[in-house]
Design a protein around this ligand. Structure first.
Ligand SMILES: [Zn+2]
Length: 370
């Protein structure tokens, strides 16, 4: 059965996976360690003496063949230095990044056979093949060169630019998790009060036959209006030997009626700030079992987000990172959580309440996993 890499266990069990993104993640605190250096003259000045920058090249590109025997590799050591993007591109046989725009902020583009990544100086938001992704730390210009934090190279740039695409094996198994259920109703539609739990279950039921047609063995964590603990949803995935796990939700920003769009979450890699904290503590150095799947989580999220936007025509709210989502933390397989639009936005709620739209969302999930 597929596993991502060595499993590291730790941190607190947090049980929330509700859908009210009221508290957007606060802006990242100043990055640790070398950031306090000013006017570094070269990269060695940014590298602690016990860190060999060549470690960047020693890591194999993440190959992900789901359903193949697990590769017993351990996690590469985290890189906690600022690295010249030019130097990194050169080491990885990519063309040097080039300036993409100067206004409103300077941005740079770096490409590989996998696609195009646009980095904005001073911003954690980046764009991968037209989809917004969120870095751990904002790239900076140091001595006229773009510098990117090492963890971002490992956790974001490498999986996207250098990683092999996800490949799904012959006996592939997926667990789809319709969010909420029973007394845990989730959020509700601003139009008529219908609950999120109803729409997530319907979405999952529509996904199941489509995925089965494509060769997946599909299990739903719930098939009726029952309340299932988040931890039991993880246990369910484990018991069914799931290769991947997808939790389906709809969002709310109530009483705000304007906010709209679709977003996909993965667990925050250790050492980085989250995009969304929703008031929970966000301990950067916590490691959870699912962190062994950081690269695959991101690749899976990108595929889903891309197809969902294409099919639904919704606004892109990006691939985001959170640490508090109880259905993701302890998964030993690539796992993501989709927020398929805002039930607090009247226009979007109207779409979500339309079965044809939910069918489109289901088709997008299936298309992403072909
Ligand atoms: Zn939810």
């Amino acid at each position: 059965m597929f596993k991502c890499a060595a499993i590291i266990f730790g941190g607190l069990l947090l049980l929330a996976a509700g859908c009210t993104s009221v508290h957007e993640g606060s802006e990242a605190q100043p990055p640790p360690q070398e950031w306090s250096l000013t006017n570094p003259v070269n990269q060695s000045a940014l590298t602690p003496p016990n860190k060999n920058p060549a470690v960047i090249n020693s890591r194999p590109a993440s190959t992900t063949h789901l359903n193949l025997p697990p590769k017993q590799i351990s996690q590469p050591a985290p890189i906690l230095t600022w690295t010249s993007l030019d130097g990194w591109a050169q080491k990885n046989k990519l063309n040097a990044p080039r300036k993409f725009s100067t206004s409103p902020v300077a941005s740079y583009v770096i490409t590989s056979s996998q696609g195009k990544l646009i980095l904005e100086i001073g911003s954690r938001e980046a764009t991968w093949n037209g989809i917004e992704i969120n870095l751990g730390f904002a790239p900076e210009i140091i001595d006229d060169q773009v510098f990117v934090y090492g963890l971002d190279l490992q956790k974001n740039l490498e999986p996207l630019l250098l990683g092999e695409p996800l490949v799904f094996g012959a006996n592939r198994i997926i667990v789809i998790d319709p969010g909420h259920g029973g007394a845990n109703v989730g959020t509700h539609s601003v139009l008529d009060g219908r609950f999120e739990k109803e729409f997530t279950l319907d979405w999952a039921r529509r996904v199941k036959p489509l995925l089965e047609t494509n060769g997946w063995k599909v299990f739903l964590t719930r098939t009726n209006d029952s309340d299932i603990a988040l931890s039991n949803r993880v246990i369910f995935a484990e018991a069914h030997h799931a290769d991947i796990f997808i939790s389906l939700h709809f969002n709310s920003a109530a009483p705000d009626r304007i906010q709209n769009g679709l977003e996909t979450y993965c667990l925050t890699p250790s050492g980085m700030p989250s995009t969304l904290t929703r008031g929970y503590s966000d301990l950067w150095n916590d490691q959870y079992p699912n962190n062994s799947c950081d690269a695959e989580n991101l690749q899976l999220a990108v595929r889903l987000q891309t197809m969902l936007l294409r099919v639904s025509g919704e606004e892109d709210r990006g691939i985001r990172r959170a640490r508090f989502m109880g259905v993701l933390l302890r998964q030993k397989r690539p796992a993501v959580l989709i927020e398929g639009g805002y039930l607090s936005n009247p226009h979007e709620a109207e779409k979500i309440e339309n079965p044809e739209f939910r069918q489109k969302l289901a088709e997008a999930v299936a298309a992403a996993l072909k």
